[in-house]
Design a protein around this ligand. Structure first.
Ligand code: ATP
Ligand code: MG
Length: 226
């Protein structure tokens, strides 16, 4: 079953002489439970694509279909709710809430949806990510790698059907990166989650079922590891 699909997706920033064609006709189909890596040079459109897949920004033209639903046909408010229920997002710049401590950041999306956290599961994530001693810290008292781990914990906390991660290991050492990847793989298999992960790291990209290469806003062929 296809869970994520784009149809001739285009995103143009600006207009006229200065227009940037960040996405230039992307057609993509992702099966439920697939683990996809997206690789490409800086500025090739990776983050733009991930933001569109997660309904964070509207395309100039084309569609994104999530679980059979054309998400940009939804009103902003419906889209926000849909995103919160379905998608866990790890942002390239973390996007932690500066006025909430680490634990509050991690459980924030669950609370917003009126649910109660699965304490045991969250404790396990916190443990694997090595955040036990930092739960009361504010984000601005954390290193980049620590903030990144909080962002990962937050994305996983609500067990979303889809995890969209923008360079989730960009600030982590290789041991922690491997731990994060195993965590993503184990949880995604257990909860039948779909993962789309941007990475610059070839070794990490190889751990996915399929690698998608993007260049100048276009997909330039893919390869399958399975
Ligand atoms: N808000 C914006 N306004 C104008 N141009 C933008 C905006 N966001 C991205 N761009 C441009 O769109 C293109 C694609 O950017 P994007 O952030 O998707 O690249 P990326 O592949 O994620 O790069 P990186 O690996 O450096 O994170 C770039 O040329 C960038 O300058
Ligand atoms: Mg980016």
């Amino acid at each position: 079953m296809i869970i994520l699909e784009t149809k001739n997706l285009k995103k143009i920033y600006g207009s006229g002489e200065t227009a940037v064609h960040a996405l230039d006709g992307v057609n993509l189909s992702i099966e439920n439970g697939e683990f996809i890596s997206i690789v490409g040079t800086s500025g090739s459109g990776k983050s733009t694509l991930l933001h569109m897949l997660g309904g964070l920004d509207r395309p100039t033209s084309g569609d994104v279909i999530v679980d059979g639903k054309n998400i940009f046909s939804l009103k902003d408010e419906e889209l926000t709710i849909f995103r919160r229920r379905k998608i866990g997002f790890v942002f390239q710049n973390y996007n932690l809430v500066p006025t909430l401590n680490v634990y509050e950041n991690i459980v924030l999306p669950i609370g917003l949806d009126g649910n109660t956290p699965d304490k045991k599961y969250i404790d396990r994530i916190i443990n694997i990510l090595g955040l036990e001693s930092k739960l009361k810290n504010m984000p601005n008292n954390l290193s980049g790698g620590q903030q990144q781990r909080v962002a990962i914990a937050r994305a996983l906390a609500s067990k979303p059907a889809i995890i969209l991660a923008d360079e989730p290991t960009g600030n982590l050492d290789s041991k922690t990166s491997q731990d994060v990847l195993s965590l993503l793989k184990v949880t995604s298999e257990k909860f039948k989650q779909t993962i789309v992960m941007i990475t610059h790291n070839e070794e990490i990209a190889q751990l996915a079922d399929r690698i998608i290469h993007i260049e100048d806003g276009q997909i330039v062929g893919g390869s399958s590891n399975v």
